[in-house]
Design a protein around this ligand. Structure first.
Ligand code: KG4
Length: 339
């Protein structure tokens, strides 16, 4: 029997819809919101409004591109959380209305799980190499930094996580200190390629076990820049590439140290990275270096599936559909959902 799933993602500032047929992604449409650029971060109310404007056109495009009509969809999967409540409500309400109108099952998806399950996506262009269970996942985004043992598609155990800021937040907040626009992560990555990663040294957290902390680094970076700018108002502009390279080196080193420890302690030699920060070239290089050194097999998500997207919601919905994990029409979004 053929299964067609509509995936909906609206947790933050991207509105996305995807069509999956029998485990294969047929379309993945993402509408990015540009309204936040002038504000140094996502403005929740503007995000909700933009989702409201985008959701129907994005779903239409996803169905058109896949050559699927609304009558052919067997289930609708949506991001229930975590995320901004007002943003989540738009996708959730759309999914509930669609499921009710078509009398089809409704599947709630945890956005964090979906980032990890993006590693199981195949699309019309390619079949990719998928991890085998159990594997370690380093989930690094704007809101999360976690190390997870993935035992099965829907069975995950968090063994380490940030006690304060996420890695993406550290990138974005430090970028803001340097006067760079939001989101600063990709810009730091670009600048870092021209800079010296050892030009400056920043403080590293001393946290027990497998947990992370990034707020100390953010504060020390802020004070460092403040003091240097007092001496030389052009300090940031004159040293931009070296600052970006040194900061990125520090964040990646903090992330990788705990992943290496997790691999040592669990004996697991397959490591996948997921979430927006997994696009970082420094992190990808460090992961490949560790793979050579420790004989790991590593997995980096395809670019189109690493940032927020509905294909990862659709593939998670597919695994839940196979287990008949449906929810009722009384479901509601949950901003602080965890794995
Ligand atoms: O997963 P994501 O798209 O959204 C959520 O947080 O759910 O991740 C966004 C985060 C932002 O903090 C952004 O700066 C960061 O991912 N990011 C990067 C890169 N691309 C995106 N950080 C560093 N280097 C990148 N190339």
């Amino acid at each position: 029997m053929s299964i067609t799933i509509l995936g909906i993602e609206s947790s933050c500032d991207d509105t996305s819809a995807s069509i999956l047929k029998d485990g294969i992604i047929y379309s993945n449409i993402i509408a990015n919101q540009t309204v936040h650029m002038d504000y140094g971060g996502v403005v929740p109310e503007l995000a909700s409004r933009a989702h409201q404007q985008n959701i129907i056109p994005v779903v239409h495009q996803a169905m058109q591109k896949a050559g699927v009509t609304a009558d052919e969809i067997d289930a609708v999967a949506f991001t229930r959380g975590p995320g901004l409540l007002g943003s989540l409500m738009v996708g959730t309400s759309f999914a509930k209305g669609f499921a009710m109108a078509k009398n089809i099952p409704l599947i709630e998806v945890n956005h964090l799980q979906a980032h990890i399950l993006a590693h199981f996506i195949d699309d019309l262009k390619n079949t990719y190499d998928h991890p085998e269970f159990p594997f370690l996942a380093l989930l690094v985004s704007g809101g999360n930094s976690q190390i997870i043992i993935v035992k099965d598609h829907l069975e995950m155990e968090v063994i380490g996580e940030t006690i304060d800021d996420a890695a993406g937040e550290a990138f974005d907040k430090c970028a803001k200190v340097m006067g760079l626009p939001y989101p600063g992560g990709p810009i730091i990555d670009r600048n870092a390629k021209q800079g010296n990663p050892h030009a400056f040294e920043f403080s590293r957290p001393k946290i027990q076990g497998l947990d992370y902390s990034f707020s100390g680094l953010k504060t020390s970076f802020l004070y460092f820049i403040r003091d240097k700018v007092k001496e030389n108002p052009n300090f940031v502009q004159e040293n931009m590439n070296d600052l970006c390279a040194s900061l990125q080196y520090t964040i990646v080193d903090i992330l990788m140290n705990k992943v290496k420890r997790a691999a040592r302690e669990t004996g697991i030699k397959q490591v996948a990275i997921a979430g927006g920060v997994s696009a970082n070239s420094g992190l990808q290089n460090a992961l490949h270096e560790a793979a050579d050194k420790f004989n790991w097999k590593v997995y980096v998500p395809q670019l189109g599936y690493s940032l927020d997207n509905a294909a990862m919601i659709a593939i998670t919905g597919y695994f839940k559909y196979l287990k008949k994990e449906f929810v009722g029409q009384d479901t509601a979004p949950f901003a602080r959902m965890t794995i």
